[in-house]
Design a protein around this ligand. Structure first.
Ligand code: PAF
Length: 290
């Protein structure tokens, strides 16, 4: 596996791969890789002949009181795992490569509406940071395919919109969430959970599944108020278990807006604080005629 820091070296390697008629897939990460990232890489390898992974902890997607300085970093272990999986190129840009000037003077890529909901409401700067850095990385790597985890459902929905709106010739592939045996979605932030919290955390997905069962009793959303009852009940149950829910929302898959009467293609989105960790999870639900 080749490791590069400069855009010129990255481009030279990608161009050489293209000359050999290889398709290029790309997995952007912030490092501290876990099984969820490795699954993205495995899918990337199946979909293309040349796989690029980037590791860059992007400061602009962290809020002022968030954990940028303590974000876990395991560079040697990450590189070892990526090499074992057969990654061709590891891109490790430095701050001045990604943001060659003062952070508050940079061009920002902003996806309105879909980016303002849920996590965008609780963490206003977060998605500007994500779309800006992903957009820059796309221009640097110029892949054919880019892979993201479906765990960050709002993030991948926003990136899909950005790619469509800005006409990037890149196919966005969502990869299923990898979970612990107990059902907890794998995330770098799970490292902040203590043993007791780790035993409680799978209840987040369990709660979403209970909500899905209630929704499936009908062939479509019956009313806004019925949706609210299910959401409020789930929030109350999570609170009882020790979570501080930030949102639990039954939404439409297409634009992530709150579900309305008659909607069938749904996704339940949730974020909740548990101890020092902010956990997010989701569950797609498709209602069918009964
Ligand atoms: O999902 C992540 O790890 C990050 O948001 C991403 C896409 C690598 C951008 O920094």
């Amino acid at each position: 596996m080749n490791k590069v820091q400069r855009v010129s070296s990255l481009r030279a390697a990608v161009q050489a791969a293209r000359k050999d008629k290889k398709t290029v897939s790309f997995v952007p990460t912030m490092g501290n890789l876990h099984e969820g990232h490795l699954e993205l890489v495995r899918v990337a390898k199946r979909r293309a002949e040349f796989v690029v992974v980037s590791i860059y902890v992007n400061p602009t997607q962290f809020g002022k009181n968030e954990d940028l300085n303590n974000y876990p970093s395991t560079p040697e272990e990450d590189a070892r795992m990526l090499a074992e999986l057969g990654v061709d190129l590891l891109f490790l840009p430095e701050q001045e490569t990604m943001y060659p000037g003062a952070l508050d003077e940079q061009t920002v890529v902003y996806v309105p509406k879909i980016g303002d909901l849920y996590c965008g409401k609780d963490r206003p700067e977060h998605f500007y940071g994500v779309t800006t850095v992903v957009s820059r990385l796309f221009n640097m790597v110029q892949p054919d395919i880019a892979l993201f985890g479906n765990k960050d459902y709002q993030q991948i929905s926003i990136i899909r919109r950005m790619v469509e709106d800005l006409a990037y010739p890149i196919q966005i592939v969502g990869v299923d969430t990898i979970r612990s045996e107990e059902g907890l979605a794998l995330s770098s932030r799970n490292g902040y959970l203590n043993a007791k919290e780790l035993s409680i955390a799978p209840a987040l997905q369990q709660q979403l599944q209970a909500m899905a069962s209630l929704l499936k009793e009908k062939s479509a959303v019956s009313s806004k108020s019925a949706v609210k009852v299910i959401e409020d009940d789930a929030k109350a149950k999570l609170k009882k278990l020790g979570f501080t829910p930030q949102y639990v929302s039954i939404s439409r898959q297409s634009d992530l807006k709150p579900a309305k009467k008659g909607d069938k293609k749904l996704v339940i989105l949730a974020a909740a604080q548990l101890g020092k960790a902010r956990l997010i999870d989701n569950l797609e639900v498709e209602l069918i005629d009964i």
